[in-house]
Ligand binder design. Structure first.
Ligand SMILES: [Zn+2]
Length: 303
C-alpha cells in the first residue's frame, strides 16, 4: 500500500469512525481544501482534524498522567485533553471529554495520588461532545459544580448523552473569575469555533517562579465561515495574543505538541511545557486556515 493511499484510507476510515463528530460529517465528501503552510508544515482541514482526534483508540486511551507545572496536571487521553488543577479546598477539572472517558479520567486522577471525589468545579473549553459530553456523568460521580460560558449554553442544552440534561450550575461571562483554594482561573470569551468557546488563564507557582498558564480552546474554523463567525474570529485572534503566556496548553494534545514535550520531561531538565515561543503557534495555523477558507469562499462567489 502506498503511503499516500494509506493516508487517504486513514482519513476516510477516521472520518467514518468519527461519524458522531459533526465537523467531520460537514467536511465529508467535500474537497480537502484549502491547504496552508505555517512554519514549514502544510495543513488541510482534514489533516488538522486527523491530528486533533487521532484514532478512536487515541480518543479513549489515557495518556500517562503527569504534572505540567505547579498545581496543574494532565489527566486526559492521547488526543483529548483534561486538566486537573489541585487546591487545598478540592480540585478543578477542565474538560470531561466524551462520557465514555470519565472513568479513564478518574483512574488518571487516582494514579496521580488525588481523589476524584475532591473535584469541586468542572469547567470546559467549548460545547462540543469531545470536550463536554461527560459533564453530566462527572457531576453525578463527584458532585462538582458545572460552570459554562453564557454564549455556549444553547449548544450545551443539545448535548444530552443518554437523554440526560446537561448540568449547568453557574453561567459565566467574559472576564469572570473562578476561585478555589487560592487558585483563580479567568474565563476569556474567545468565540469562533463555538459562540462560547472559552480560553482559560491562571498563574501557577513552581520552583519560586510564577508562570502564566493558558488553556486554549480550539480556534479551528468551520468549513463555511459566515460573516458573524468571521467577526468572532477577528476579535479572538487579536485578543488572545494580548494574554500573558508562559505555558501554552490546548483542548487537543496536538495543539501544544504534548507527545514531543512529554518525551522531554526529565528530572533536572528544563520544564518542556514552559514554552513562551510557541504560545500562539496554534493560533497562527488556525488564523491562516481561516483566511484561506474565506478567500476560497470569495472566489466561489460569497456575497
Ligand atoms: Zn470542537
Amino acid at each position: 500500500m502506498s503511503t499516500s493511499f494509506r493516508a487517504t484510507l486513514f482519513s476516510v476510515v477516521s472520518c467514518l469512525l468519527l461519524a458522531a463528530v459533526s465537523p467531520c460529517l460537514a467536511q465529508g465528501g467535500a474537497p480537502d481544501q484549502p491547504s496552508i503552510t505555517v512554519r514549514g508544515q502544510t495543513y488541510t482541514p482534514r489533516s488538522i482534524l486527523a491530528r486533533n482526534m487521532g484514532t478512536a483508540e487515541d480518543q479513549t486511551t489515557a495518556f500517562p498522567p503527569h504534572k505540567i507545572v505547579g498545581n496543574v496536571y494532565y489527566v486526559g487521553t492521547r488526543t483529548l485533553t483534561s486538566f486537573l488543577i489541585t487546591t487545598p479546598q478540592g480540585h478543578i477539572l477542565i474538560n470531561s471529554t466524551y462520557e465514555r472517558n470519565v472513568r479513564t479520567i478518574e483512574k488518571s486522577v487516582t494514579q496521580l495520588g488525588f481523589k476524584f471525589s475532591d473535584i469541586r468545579i468542572l469547567l470546559a473549553t467549548h460545547a462540543h461532545d469531545d470536550h463536554q459530553e461527560g459533564d453530566a456523568l462527572l457531576k453525578e460521580l463527584t458532585g462538582a459544580q458545572v460552570m459554562v460560558m453564557q454564549e455556549d449554553v444553547a449548544a450545551l442544552q443539545g448535548l444530552k448523552p443518554g437523554g440526560k440534561a446537561h448540568p449547568i450550575d453557574r453561567v459565566l461571562h467574559d472576564g469572570e473569575e473562578v476561585t478555589l483554594g487560592g487558585t483563580t482561573l479567568v474565563a476569556h470569551l474567545t468565540p469562533g469555533h463555538t459562540h462560547g468557546a472559552t480560553t482559560w488563564t491562571m498563574k501557577a507557582a513552581d520552583g519560586g517562579r510564577t508562570y502564566n498558564v493558558v488553556f486554549a480552546t480550539s480556534y479551528r474554523s468551520p468549513t463555511t465561515v459566515s460573516p458573524d463567525v468571521e467577526n468572532e474570529f477577528n476579535r479572538t485572534f487579536k485578543f488572545i495574543r494580548t494574554l500573558p503566556c508562559d505555558v501554552p496548553l490546548g483542548d487537543h494534545a496536538a495543539q501544544y505538541n504534548l507527545n514531543e514535550k512529554y518525551a522531554r520531561l526529565k528530572p533536572g531538565a528544563p520544564n518542556p511545557f514552559v514554552d513562551p515561543a510557541n504560545c500562539w503557534a496554534e493560533a497562527e495555523i488556525q488564523e491562516a486556515m481561516l483566511r484561506a477558507t474565506i478567500q476560497l469562499q470569495q472566489k466561489a462567489g460569497r456575497p
